[in-house]
Design a protein around this ligand. Structure first.
Ligand code: ACO
Length: 321
């Protein structure tokens, strides 16, 4: 039996933290109290204007490759989950491959499932590895969400940040990813979207993130608890057998409500949203890498990674680390 196993993790946050008070100092009509109470966010990182998603992806990737004890040339598949790519084309994954100095490599492509992107990418890479067609995948979530925020809309701009996280996933006879579940329901697209496009040299529509926060909140809690039950049921694992739940880092209240619905105490939930806000597809691998490096996540533990985001999309990956 071929399993796909996480061999190493890495992450990267650009520049210095920008605190809630820093946003107030920059003229946004908000407060540390309002943001922290409703979301748990204390700070975010914002990339300099010339820093792109592939650069953040590169920084996270070299850390993951080093942790996995391999070389860039050993990577035969790259999937980058992003909604904020460097270009319309080529893909951020192809640009990342070039930055890593991989010549004549395997497939490299981007995957667009917004905040669920990393769960989708990890589940996709798993299928390539389990089929025997690939041996070692680099799976990345990388975002410069600051580029698509309307800084005059205080109800959204305070929630997001920039960053990247990566894992090296390799073929192994030991588990490994145990189960995956991915879903989408495009009919909910209006409650979270960036409804613009580039057309004949200019932007048509609206190039900024728009969100109905309360609708997103309710939807997220429901599907995150449902998909956690679905993926654990696939292998007959009770929820309380999980060592860690590593959810998409959007909002501490979404994580608390999900944990409550699942009967999981917050001591088993990895939450890093306070330090970096919502980094969309980067948030799950960022949280995972932080918890690996601070020693909370240990080899052999059972982890449930899950996300929800624009589309709407949602999904979960259950794995033995
Ligand atoms: N600072 C101060 N006041 C604010 C701010 C702000 N940054 N933003 C909004 N307000 C005000 C509003 O103007 C409103 O004022 P009013 O009552 O005078 O009209 C008041 O605060 C309440 O606004 P609501 O939108 O009702 O605030 P709510 O309690 O719903 O909280 C929030 C908003 C935090 C966005 C909440 O709906 C939420 O957590 N939603 C989940 C959305 C989320 O996390 N999205 C992440 C992206 S989606 C994803 O990743 C899955």
């Amino acid at each position: 039996m071929i399993y796909a196993r996480v061999a190493g993790t890495g992450s990267f946050l650009p520049g210095n933290p920008v605190t809630n008070d820093d946003l107030v100092a920059r003229g946004i009509d908000t407060s540390d109290e309002w943001i922290a109470e409703r979301t748990g966010i204390r700070a975010r990182h914002l990339a300099e204007p010339d820093v792109t998603a592939s650069q953040l992806a590169y920084e996270a990737s070299i850390r993951a490759i080093e942790a996995a004890g391999c070389q860039p040339a050993d990577i035969d598949l790259i999937i980058v989950a992003t909604s904020t790519p460097d270009y319309i084309f080529p893909s951020t994954a192809a640009l990342l491959q070039a930055r890593l100095g991989i010549a004549n490599g395997g497939a490299a492509f981007d995957l667009q499932a917004v905040c669920t992107g990393f769960a989708y990418a990890l589940a996709t890479a798993e299928k390539f590895i389990r089929s025997g067609s690939n041996k070692r995948a680099l799976v990345v979530g990388a975002e410069v969400f600051s580029r698509i925020l309307d800084w005059n809309d205080r109800s959204t701009c305070v929630l997001f940040g920039d960053g990247a996280g990566a894992v090296v996933l390799e073929a192994s006879d030991k588990p490994g990813i145990l189960a995956t579940a991915l879903h989408a329901d495009g009919s909910h697209n209006p409650i979270l979207c960036v409804p613009g496009q580039v057309n004949r040299g200019s932007v048509t529509g609206d190039p900024f993130l728009r969100m109905d926060g309360q609708a997103v909140f309710k939807f997220a809690v429901r599907v995150l608890s449902d998909v956690a039950r679905e993926v654990t049921a696939q292998v007959g694992m009770p929820i309380d057998a999980l060592d860690w739940l590593i959810p998409h880092q959007a909002n501490i209240r979404i994580m608390q409500a999900t944990g409550k619905r699942l009967g999981l105490p917050m001591e088993k939930v990895i939450a890093t949203v306070a330090q970096h806000g919502n980094t969309s597809a980067a948030s799950i691998p960022l949280a995972l890498d932080h918890a690996v490096r601070d020693g909370r996540v240990q080899r052999g533990q059972r982890l449930l990674l899950e996300g929800v985001g624009g589309g709407f999309t949602w999904g979960a990956v259950l794995l033995e680390f």
